[in-house]
Write a protein that binds this ligand. Sequence first.
Ligand SMILES: [Zn+2]
Length: 119
Amino acid sequence: MHELSIAQSLLDIIVDESNKHGLERINKVRLRIGELAAVVPESLTFCFDLVSRDTVASGAVIEIEKIAVTARCDKCDLSFEVKDRVFECPKCGEPVLEMLGGRELDVVSIEGETGENDG
Ligand SMILES: [Zn+2]
């Protein structure tokens, strides 16, 4: 299960960041995931729930923004969005091998609480 290892590395990043910023609780994590990364959002959320148990990120909401796959044609230099995994230039029909984006798996932002407001 590919999502489990992703969830684990995400948790590592989040724990690291929360230590850096003194966060005691993570409320929300925003991710950007390219369609080529082949991540099923539901499954990633599920795995994250499992691995984040008893950590600072327990119960955090995961928001996933899907990034379309984009490519560039070598022949006519057109940049376009790849739909339905058809890696072919819509203008000249050349098969396209150069991907510009779609493999992203980034943590966009982490929202949490420092615990300083607890009174
Ligand atoms: Zn082309």
